[in-house]
Structures are given as structure tokens and as C-alpha cells.
Design a protein around this ligand. Structure first.
Ligand code: HEM
Length: 328
């Protein structure tokens, strides 16, 4: 039960901003930093994270890695914007530019994969799982059968979006998916057909995560979804673009592969570990409850958004692969 003194203003301000009344990726990363030296421009070295749950450097480094992925993402947004504002795509100059940009996009996406891997030495998986992640659990983190949170004084409280944050709420990653026409919903007929495990995944996850983005970001993604000629359709009709398009998609597939490895190490493997002693820590009671819940239920390991984690992430990876025009 979230008391009304918190719940009502939180819901009001969130409605004003057009998104979910709960901790989001925007709160932990996008809006959670300040410049170390305000006289210098924003860069990875010139940013400091302000609010931490655990007070650990591991948490700081985890947010920093996500922020670095966002900063790399600026180039992705520029490439998308360049494509969407091309006066036409029928002349040789434009086609050459699109091919060059797709190749560049593949390099940027590979750079983000490196950023994801860079958390390994900087954020200890055990600290992540036991000291940081419990704070990210949303109302549905224990799965659909467990009772959720009630926001006192908010009607109807059951309809609120109350999942926990992850970079699945990063608008840059969604923009990339939209641009390359990755079909997470399995609506398009593509090859190879989804596996039974893919079919079992939560196909609405990515769409739902958009409701956890600031309203302006959601508007931007809606605008991207409405482009008259998706780049995948153009690449299908232009042999010279097929390979560059596939290079960009396969870079995104590699990113999801490397993300699965990280998520497995930080979440799945760590869910089998035990927390260290932490007498006197204000969160110790919560962590003990969490451990007891883990020990009692042998159910699947869930993401902060309450999904069966490996099924969800592999479905995203496989949906990415299916966008490729030359499947092998
Ligand atoms: C230690 C590092 C990381 C861990 C442990 C981790 C873990 C997770 C988990 C558990 C989910 C599922 C979320 C849910 O169920 O709500 C998720 C989703 C996601 N994460 Fe991460 N993540 C990490 C770093 C990153 C970074 C740096 C990025 C930036 C690109 C990223 C991008 C994503 C995306 C886009 C999703 C949505 C699913 C998908 O697109 O495949 N993650 N992550």
C-alpha cells in the first residue's frame, strides 16, 4: 500500500509528464545526473549521478553505462532523422547516403554492445543483484499471480503502470527498433518462423515499455512509426541496400546476444547466489524477504518488468534476426 500522501502527488505529476507513476529509466538515468564541471560540455567523463539507492560505485557505474549507451544513441537519432528528411530516395546520391548511413549505424550499434559489456569490471554482479536491483522491482516483479501494489486514494489504482525500470524503456533503443522495422509483436510473416518459446514470450512488452517514457519521447516514437517508406521496405526493393541494411540488423542482433549474456550473469546466475551479511542496513529486511521468496518458489527468473527473463530477451533477439532480408 502506497500511502495517499505519496501516491496522489506522484500520480498527478506523472500524468502531467505523460508517463507511468513509478520509478523509470528516465528517473534513474536520463534525469539523474549533473555536470561535474558546468563550464564543460556533457560527456561521459563530465557527468555525475545524483541519486543512488545503495550508495555504491557499482550502482553509479551501472547508470553511467546506460547513459553512455544513450550518448552513443545520439548518432543513431541523427541517422534516423537524416533518412526521414531525405527529399526523395530514388536518386543515386540519396541511395549512396542511405547505404553509407546503414553501415555507420552498424558501427554505432556495435559500440553500444561494447558499452553493455563494459559494466563487467565496473559493476559487481552480486552487488547489482542484491543491493541495487531490489529497488527496481515493480508491482508485478513477482509474476502475474502475486498481488500488486495499491496506490491509496488513486482510482482505479489497478490500472496504473507499475513495472520496474530497465533500459527496455530507453527511447533510443525503441527508435532503432522502429527504424529497422523489428517486429516484436510477431504480426509480420517473416523467416524463420518463431519457435514455440518465442511464441510464449510477452509480445506486448516493448509496446508497454513506451508508457514508461516521458510523454514527449512517446510522441517522437509515434512520429517515427508513421514514416511513409520504412527503410526495410526500401532495402527490399533496392539490391544495393540489402547488405547494408542486414549489417545494421545483425549488429542489433549481436547487441541483443551480448545483452542476454550480461542479463544472465547479473540476474539469472545471481538469483542462485546468497546475499552477504548486512546487519544494520536499512534494506536488510526487504532483502531477506526477497531471498526467502527466491528460496521458496522455483518459478522462472523474472525481469524487473515481471517477465520470464530469458524467454523475453531471446524473443527480442530472434525477432531482430527475423528482420534480416537474407536470413543466413
Ligand atoms: C548490468 C547491465 C544490465 C543488466 C543486468 C540488464 C538487465 C536487463 C533486464 C533484466 C531486462 C528485462 C527487463 C524487464 O523485464 O523489465 C532488460 C531489458 C533491456 N535492456 Fe538491459 N540490462 C543491462 C544493461 C543494459 C544496457 C546498458 C542497455 C542499453 C542498450 C540495455 C538495454 C536493454 C533493452 C533494450 C531491454 C529490452 C529488451 C530487449 O530489447 O531485448 N540493458 N535488461
Amino acid at each position: 500500500m502506497v500511502p495517499k500522501t505519496l501516491a496522489i502527488p506522484l500520480v498527478q505529476i506523472s500524468r502531467h509528464l505523460g508517463f507511468a507513476p513509478v520509478l523509470t529509466f528516465a528517473d534513474t538515468v536520463l534525469w539523474n545526473w549533473e555536470l561535474v564541471n558546468p563550464a564543460l560540455p556533457l560527456s561521459g567523463d563530465n557527468m555525475r549521478f545524483v541519486n543512488l539507492f545503495s550508495g555504491t560505485n557499482d550502482e553509479r557505474n551501472f547508470y553511467h553505462a546506460s547513459a553512455m549507451a544513450e550518448l552513443r544513441g545520439i548518432e543513431i537519432l541523427r541517422i534516423i532523422d537524416d533518412y526521414n528528411t531525405l527529399p526523395n530516395v530514388s536518386d543515386l546520391t540519396s541511395i549512396t547516403k542511405v547505404a553509407r548511413d546503414l553501415t555507420r549505424l552498424a558501427g554505432v550499434v556495435d559500440g553500444i554492445s561494447e558499452v553493455i559489456q563494459s559494466v563487467r569490471p565496473l559493476c559487481d554482479p552480486h552487488v547489482f543483484y542484491w543491493d541495487i536491483r531490489p529497488w527496481f522491482e515493480g508491482s508485478d516483479a513477482k509474476g502475474p499471480t502475486e498481488p500488486g501494489w495499491v496506490y491509496e486514494g488513486v482510482d482505479p489504482s489497478e490500472q496504473l503502470d507499475l513495472s520496474g525500470p530497465s533500459a527496455g524503456q530507453s527511447s533510443v533503443m525503441h527508435a532503432l527498433d522502429i527504424f529497422l522495422d523489428i517486429d516484436h509483436t510477431l504480426r509480420q510473416k517473416r523467416y524463420p518462423a518463431p519457435s514455440p518459446e518465442n511464441k510464449r514470450a510477452d509480445h506486448g512488452f516493448m509496446q508497454r515499455m513506451r508508457r514508461y517514457m516521458p510523454g514527449k519521447h512517446q510522441e517522437y516514437l509515434n512520429m517515427l512509426s508513421a514514416v511513409p517508406l520504412p527503410i526495410r521496405d526500401l532495402a527490399r526493393s533496392m539490391p544495393t541496400l540489402r547488405e547494408p541494411y542486414d549489417m545494421a540488423v545483425s549488429a542489433l542482433k549481436r547487441l541483443r546476444d551480448s545483452h542476454i549474456r550480461i542479463a544472465c550473469l547479473y540476474v539469472v546466475t545471481m538469483s542462485r547466489s546468497t546475499p552477504g551479511a548486512r546487519a544494520g542496513c536499512p534494506a536488510s529486511a526487504m532483502i531477506e524477504r526477497l531471498q526467502a521468496a527466491r528460496a521458496s518458489g522455483n518459478g522462472p527468473v523474472r525481469g524487473t518488468g515481471g517477465n520470464e527473463l530469458s524467454v523475453l530477451l531471446k524473443a527480442g533477439r530472434d525477432a531482430t534476426k527475423r528482420a534480416m532480408l537474407k536470413p543466413n
